[in-house]
Design a protein around this ligand. Structure first.
Ligand SMILES: [Zn+2]
Length: 441
């Protein structure tokens, strides 16, 4: 099933998550706007231990806003529905060849943005994984799921302040208490588990006006959610089009507020998506669980983590049969209509790490996975996770002199480039192998 809005936990995971939240120190500030923000008791605590002591001269005057337009396709920025984003792109720096990274899902790509490293280092390869320790498929929404240091923590350690304004419940979960100031929505739309962009926008402007962090990381979820659930489907996409228009208008208002408040000249605004969106026909559904269960070797020894356009397949049988099982899983998957390719997870370029299981199966454009149940697991037409959903918008605007107006780059920018770009902007020194991504400044 597509797990974008889906939270699947057993009681053990819920308990662990609650314990993690209870253990963190925080205060809740109610801003003048009436919105509540959670804030760290001491923003600079632990800076010596983090090995990044000392302030960077002038960095406290800089502002960086990362706006993730969740699930937006690059061609949608060109449409008449997004004039504000298009203008920001034309007046800033633009990477037309930019892509999301495998698995092209929300959680791993947001984690790549903030850690600057691929999933074999971040520990977060997908939205839904089979947790071998727990013995169940679960959403990766625990703060402890992220195994490497985020740019948020690096900035905090240098005495700078950070904010997260995340519309999706699982993103609030996985980024946890890392930022100095966090918005934790009180209202999520049922089923999609995201806060509408109007609320997210209000939280963003209120946080910037009243707390003014150096970095704010924002997820706007409406475009993605209406992409998934819009029952006008593959042709009309009426709700999706309405969401594009509204989100663009809100971003336009935010950019205006940066200009009228005097922040524009010291700001960069990084706009990108975490993945794009593909729509499947009702007949183009792939379900691998029953074929695996019918096989004499694999039956009862395979669990699937469904990620919409990608299935993560885990061998749970004896270790001595693993190599044989991987071969068999790939053969069965690749013989199934709609499957693009079944990769051995250890294939070097994938860089997904052991949490992603043994075989990674991608679907073709216009298809989706629905596992384990072919009917109920993933009934919605819009999906991502597969290579057809790699292309993303990626551009940097803002009034800071580092922004070269009208620059169009032929280079391949990726979600993993965001953290090194932020580090570069704030003047943090970064070791050669610290990041898998590159600064785009
Ligand atoms: Zn997403």
């Amino acid at each position: 099933m597509c797990t974008c809005g889906d939270v699947r936990h057993g009681p053990e995971v819920r308990e662990r998550r609650l314990a993690e939240l209870r253990a963190s120190r925080r205060t809740v500030l109610t801003a003048a706007s009436g919105l509540a923000f959670s804030s760290a008791v001491a923003a600079t605590a632990g800076s010596a231990a983090a090995g990044e002591a000392g302030r960077v001269k002038g960095a406290e005057d800089l502002r960086c806003y990362v706006l993730v337009v969740d699930g937006c396709r690059p061609d949608e920025v060109d449409s008449a529905l997004m004039p504000n984003l298009r203008a920001l792109r034309e007046q800033g720096m633009y990477w037309p060849r930019a892509t999301s990274m495998p698995v092209m899902e929300t959680i791993p790509n947001h984690v790549m943005m903030m850690t600057g490293v691929r999933p074999d280092r971040s520990g977060v390869p997908a939205n839904a994984i089979y947790d071998r320790e727990l013995g169940e498929v679960r959403t990766m929404d625990l703060p402890s799921d992220i195994k490497s240091r985020t740019i948020i923590e690096r900035l905090n350690a240098r005495g700078l302040t950070t904010g997260t304004v995340l519309s999706k419940e699982y993103l609030v979960g996985i980024f946890g208490e890392r930022a100095t100031h966090r918005w934790e929505p009180e209202l999520y739309i049922p089923v999609s588990d995201h806060a509408p962009d109007l609320l997210t926008y209000n939280a963003l402007t209120s946080m910037v006006d009243e707390l003014d962090p150096n970095l704010v990381f924002v997820n706007l979820g409406d475009i993605d959610r209406w992409g998934h659930t819009d029952l006008t489907g593959t042709s009309l996409r009426l709700m999706r089009r309405a969401a594009l228009l509204q989100t663009d208008t809100l971003i336009g208002q935010f950019l205006d507020s940066l200009k009228s408040s005097g922040r524009w000249e010291k700001s960069i605004v990084i706009v990108l998506a975490d993945h794009s969106m593909d729509w499947s026909l009702p007949t183009n559904v792939i379900s691998l669980q029953s074929s695996m269960d019918a096989d004499p070797l694999l039956g009862g020894n395979v669990v699937i983590g469904d990620n919409g356009g990608a299935d993560l397949v885990y061998w749970t049988g004896p270790g001595r049969q693993r190599e044989k099982a991987i071969k068999r899983i790939r053969e069965i998957a690749e013989a199934t209509p709609g499957v693009l390719k079944a990769w051995d997870r250890r294939t070097p370029w994938l860089r997904l790490g052991p949490e992603a299981g043994d075989v990674v199966v991608f679907c073709q454009a216009g298809w989706r996975f629905s596992d384990p149940d072919p009917v109920t697991s993933n009934p919605i037409p819009g999906n991502h996770g597969h290579p057809a959903t790699r292309a993303i918008p990626f551009f940097i605007g803002g009034g800071h002199p580092v922004v070269e107006a009208g620059k169009v780059s032929p280079k391949h920018a990726r979600t993993v480039d965001v953290a090194p770009t932020i580090a570069d902007f704030f003047g943090l020194r970064t070791g050669k192998r610290a990041y898998d991504g590159k600064s785009r400044l």
